[in-house]
Design a protein around this ligand. Structure first.
Ligand code: PMP
Length: 442
């Protein structure tokens, strides 16, 4: 360099130091030392090159879709049919207050300190009693309280899935599950949508790929609202038991039924002990409680607790104490009866608004429970394309693509009917209808 540039050795050393000081020298093990590209050079650039320090990450194609969604500007008066949230107007704050006051009598100050990672023992007892009414027999040592079922999913994936392992999911399925699985480096096998499970395909997967686990939402599925029939549940258990397949049953919505009660959970039909069951208070009470639970064999609970210990020691004790009282005092029963009635009215309001304002533009089945209407755009159009026009018109939803793996395109959209009252739902659908009528969907 000294000869080539005709400058002194000291000048080169000084230049190198300056580049180094500015964080522009990149060293890659086994490859060499480089000066950063001009695009990297930025007056405010930090002296630490963060990207070089981060651990490798499996990129999910969904992250870019989600970024687009988040970046799509929405006005204050936008009616969001996107988030899968209960209506804040139904958050039963009076019950929470009552539960807090009545728990106070039984509590020691020390109850507000740390507790066991598996969760507040009285809550695990009352969850066992609650589940037993719903057909699942479990002892407290088979229950782990998680900070929302999203954390439950993370713990399960962390404990079971290594990069390149095969896992099976329904397609489409819950976006948060796809993300957790993709982030683990799993290879995802999909069961395409149909009226029931394609058992031939499932068995083929089991023989050929020996998958680690299958993730399913059998009741009022997110996003489709479908319910797995009792026959399919029994058949699934039979096949899973034959091939020793672990099933993750995610069940946030089964208590939100608007007609007949749904069939028994997979866990209550489990004859081989391979079902790991998850549920949450997020949809039946409110998501800010961040409390969900997992039911599995004690060995599994132990391992998940070890993982959880690394993350947060244990879930929030105040939420657990309050929820224990809510269950023990049966406060949930009345609340559930109220929200079932209200959400049913909302589902019906959304359905009639679609028939009125979007007739011929969307096909759907009426779900018997849960939060969502899964609509196919007719003629076929991309939900992702539609979202920007919808934002301009003051309404939002989640495009179908978000619920598929491997960047699969979709001409579906998911509409949530739980968050707004009937008036607002009607107005949201009317806004959608205006876009269709103006031909802007194509
Ligand atoms: N699973 C499914 C199927 C869900 O729909 C949701 C919430 N959207 C979750 C898990 C996560 O729930 P939580 O708030 O308990 O983390």
């Amino acid at each position: 360099l000294v000869k080539l540039l005709e400058v002194s050795r000291t000048t080169i050393i000084n230049a190198y130091r300056l580049l180094e000081e500015r964080g522009l020298i990149i060293t890659r093990v086994g490859s060499g030392t480089y000066v950063a590209e001009p695009s990297f050079i930025n007056e405010s650039s930090a002296t630490i090159l963060w990207e070089q320090l981060f651990t490798p990450q499996y990129k999910s194609p969904l992250s870019s879709l989600l970024r687009t969604l988040i970046a799509t500007p929405t006005a204050d008066e936008t009616i969001s049919l996107a988030a899968g949230m209960p209506d804040p107007a139904f958050y039963p704050l009076s019950i929470i207050e009552k539960a807090l006051v009545s728990s106070k009598h039984d509590l020691e100050v020390s109850d507000f300190g740390h507790m066991t990672t598996e969760g507040y023992l009285p809550l695990r007892h009352s969850l066992a009693a609650w589940q037993s009414r719903l057909g699942i027999q479990a002892t407290p040592d088979q229950i782990l309280v998680a900070s929302g079922s999203q954390q439950g999913l993370y713990l399960i994936v962390k404990a079971f899935v290594e990069p390149r392992d095969y896992v099976i999911v329904e397609s489409p399925t819950y976006l948060g599950a796809i993300q957790a699985l993709e982030a683990s480096g799993a290879r995802i096998l999909t069961l395409p949508p149909s009226d029931g499970i394609n058992f031939e395909l499932l068995e083929d997967y089991l023989i050929r790929y020996r998958p680690k686990l299958m993730y399913t939402i059998p009741t009022f599925q997110n996003p489709t609202g479908r319910v797995m029939s009792l026959h399919d549940r029994q058949e699934l258990i039979r096949l899973a038991s034959r091939y020793r397949l672990v099933i993750i049953e995610d069940d946030p919505y089964s208590q939100l039924y608007y007609g007949q009660q749904p069939p028994l959970s997979l866990k209550s039909l489990d004859t081989y002990g391979g079902v790991i069951y998850m549920s949450t208070f997020s949809k039946i009470l409110f998501p800010g409680l961040r409390t969900g639970w997992i039911i599995a064999a004690p060995q599994v609970i132990n391992r998940l607790a070890q993982e959880k210990q690394h993350i947060d020691l244990h879930s929030n004790s105040l939420s657990q104490i309050i929820l224990h009282t809510c269950l023990e005092e049966n406060y949930l029963i009345n609340h559930l009866a109220t929200v079932r009635m209200e959400y049913k009215k909302r589902r019906d309001a959304m359905v009639s608004a679609i028939r009125r304002y979007c007739n011929g533009y969307m096909d759907f089945n009426i779900p018997e429970g849960g939060f969502y209407l899964w609509c196919t755009l007719t003629p076929p159009a991309s939900g992702t394309e539609l979202i920007r026009r919808a934002a301009a018109a003051g309404v939002s939803f989640v495009p179908g693509e978000a619920f598929y793996t491997n960047g699969t395109k979709s001409n579906e959209i998911r509409l949530c009917f739980a968050t707004h009252n009937e008036e607002l739902l009607k107005e949201g659908i009317r806004r959608l209808g205006r876009i269709f009528a103006s031909g802007a969907a194509n």
